[in-house]
Design a protein around this ligand. Structure first.
Ligand code: BGC
Length: 367
């Protein structure tokens, strides 16, 4: 979308600034980078966990609001168990029984979610300190983050060199580009765990947001939220978001899968274009503010999570609290438990190959 500068106003140029965000418990300095585009939209990213700390986007009247959940300083992120805004890896989502086999060798991970491994383990990429540098971008502001995950870290094989580039475009999109290389065969599934509330963080529940997910099928799960392996048709189920539907319209229905998730907490199988370019995965409209978010991605799946485990106990930005279902996540990814599901698209990365995915959250307004 194009936003023209107000008549008479000088066109603004974007900027990127850096400030301290505090220190890790072991005394390392943590920074916050603030990317501002030509329209004054703003994305703040911290080197701790590479987390998206805030995202200020205009509503239909041009009024900015911060539309992601987060904390005011690094201490919140150190204590966080919800992955607010974080970069998630080495394996985003769950791996069943916290183990997988590669070339006949069994790799054992920490069971940090019941019997399973979740989001990379006890100290995933969300708890790592990333190295940041600003990079030039055409039509926006970019920040490059990098992290080297050592061979054996959290049980995963291979030294993994990871680079993530966040770009806030002048067209009000936040693009996240993920790259990785390894020196040993490994598994990789990177994502961002932003919790969105398009009416503004801390402003209540997200049940009235209208959701479209471009998926004909989803992954039903077991009690540990591990996919059963079936790709189930969404038709005739509360998982059919092919037409705009309020998130809350069916969330409390007596549906076995909704009960297992405590709401939506499922991977949707995206309709992929044949050229494997970016496809429109989801479109969300928040009727009161008019804010619209489209999610474009090269990934085959998207985890739609409705903040069912949020409990309102942690204190967020500006003193906000975040009760159950006060935000939703749309985590672009390969399917959960892929290392143990030979029929799912592969998450294996070999030496000499480059893992490369792009996800874009594009914002506009509806009048
Ligand atoms: C998972 C949820 C989990 C949340 C926070 C989501 O990706 O699907 O089950 O509670 O992350 O860890």
């Amino acid at each position: 979308m194009t936003i023209s500068a107000p008549v008479g106003a000088a066109p603004q140029s974007g900027s990127t600034t850096k400030r301290s965000f505090g220190k890790t418990p072991d005394g390392q300095a943590v920074d916050l980078y603030v990317l501002t585009n030509k329209n004054s939209a703003e994305a703040s990213i911290t080197t701790y966990g590479g987390a998206l700390v805030s995202l200020k986007i205009p509503d239909r009247n041009g009024k900015l609001a911060d539309i992601v959940l987060g904390y005011d300083n690094v201490d919140g992120y150190v204590a966080d168990k919800s992955y607010f805004g974080a970069l998630v890896g080495r394996y985003g989502n769950r791996i069943g029984h916290a183990q997988f086999v590669l070339d006949g060798k069994t790799y054992t991970l920490a069971k940090n979610n019941g019997e399973n491994s979740l989001h990379g383990g006890v100290k995933g990429f969300n708890k790592a300190l990333w190295t940041a540098k600003t990079v030039s971008a055409k039509g926006g502001q970019s920040l490059e983050l990098s992290y080297v995950s050592k061979d054996g870290e959290e049980g995963f094989p291979g030294n993994l060199n990871v680079t993530v580039i966040y770009t806030l475009t002048d067209g009000n999109a936040l693009q996240i580009e993920y790259s990785a290389t390894t020196d040993k065969k490994t598994v990789v599934n990177l994502t961002n765990h932003a919790y969105f509330n398009l009416a503004g963080q801390g402003s209540g529940d997200i049940l009235g947001h209208l959701m479209v997910i471009n998926a004909d099928k989803f992954n039903p799960v077991d009690a540990g939220l591990i996919p059963t392996g079936e790709l189930r048709d969404v038709a005739g189920t509360p998982f059919d978001f092919r037409k705009p539907t309020a998130i809350g319209a069916r969330i409390d229905q007596a549906d076995e899968q909704l009960k297992l998730g405590g709401g939506y907490d499922h991977n949707f199988v995206l309709r992929m274009p044949k050229d494997h370019g970016e496809s429109l995965a989801a479109r969300v409209v928040e009727p009161t503010s008019g804010r619209v978010m489209e999610v474009w991605t090269t990934e085959p799946g998207i985890q739609f999570y409705t903040g069912n485990f949020l409990d309102g106990k942690s204190i967020g930005k500006g003193g906000a609290t975040y009760p159950k279902r006060s935000a939703f996540c749309l985590e672009t990814q390969h399917f959960p438990d892929s290392p143990n599901q030979p029929k799912f698209p592969s998450v294996v990365l070999n030496p000499g190959e480059r893992y490369h995915t792009i996800t874009k959250y594009a914002f506009s307004v509806e009048k």
